[in-house]
Design a binder for this molecule. Structure first.
Ligand SMILES: [Fe+2]
Ligand SMILES: [Fe+2]
Length: 270
């Protein structure tokens, strides 16, 4: 038997800006965040739509904060299942919403199920879209596990959505970087960011460093991500430095069969 889904609540990131939190428990003291975001401005924006296992919890959290009829934008960072969990429900429930994504996400998703092309806006890194009282700029996050991935910066609040970058496990249902013991943060940050982007081993540190610099140059006030804690203050520069340092370094080896054996023996996560 697996762990039950943790009970979580939205976390305020900035005025009218909420992290929609969900988690998966991996061990008694190890929780993987599976977050998305809601910006409840003049034209509300849903940023990613969670994972299928959290769909009902996700829909409750989001639509307790915003009326589906008011949602004007759905920003989809990429086509991975843990970001598209409630996508079709959202498109059905929010008839005023335009889906902001790109060509390749669309191509990859429409082989599973048709998408409303007439309700889409395609944007690429460096481009923007206006949502009433704010402008959202797309960025290419420093770490990503799919070629379609795009992050987002809210130019009004300075909140950055870093998608799959800056992942780290948490010791419980906590969402701030200061709630994670430093050794747990360092160890799980290194492992998860390496697992989702094993290509870091072939990177030229100077060229990659310039890319990471270009993302950090947006000087985010807070960084939220799908699988890591909320970063504020010095933790932001620290996280950018941690990924900068991954260029050209060997990957963190995946756990492999011994971990499956432990799971089956009931030692970890079951
Ligand atoms: Fe992903
Ligand atoms: Fe993800």
């Amino acid at each position: 038997m697996d762990y039950p889904l943790p009970v979580t609540e939205p976390v305020k990131l900035a005025p009218d800006t909420f992290l929609i939190t969900n988690m998966v428990q991996l061990a008694p003291d190890q929780f993987l965040p599976v977050n998305s975001m809601l910006i409840r401005g003049e034209e509300p924006i849903i940023v990613d739509t969670g994972a299928p296992i959290h769909r009902e919890l996700w829909l409750d959290q989001v639509f307790n904060l915003v009326d589906p009829a008011d949602v004007r934008w759905v920003f989809l960072s990429h086509d991975d299942g843990d970001h598209t969990g409630a996508l079709h429900e959202v498109l059905d429930l929010c008839p005023q919403a335009t889906l902001v994504t790109n060509f390749f996400t669309t191509e990859r998703l429409r082989i599973e199920r048709p998408l409303p092309l007439h309700r889409m806006l395609w944007r690429e890194p460096g481009e923007c879209f206006d949502a009433g009282d704010r402008r959202l700029r797309l960025v290419l996050p420093p770490i990503f596990d799919g070629p379609t991935t795009r992050g987002l910066v809210d130019e009004r609040t300075g909140v950055m959505w870093a998608v799959d970058s800056f992942a780290a496990l948490a010791p419980g249902v906590v969402h701030q970087v200061d709630d994670i013991p430093r050794d747990m943060y360092d160890e799980t940050f290194a492992a998860l960011n390496s697992l989702v982007s094993p290509w870091h081993q072939w990177l030229d540190p100077i060229r990659y460093g310039l890319h990471v610099d270009s993302v950090e140059a947006h000087r985010p006030a807070a960084v939220a991500s799908a699988h890591g804690p909320v970063l504020t203050g010095p933790a932001i520069h620290d996280a950018f430095d941690l990924v900068r340092d991954m260029a050209g370094r060997p990957i963190t080896p995946p756990p492999g069969q011994p971990m499956l054996d432990e799971l089956l023996a009931g030692v970890v996560g079951v």
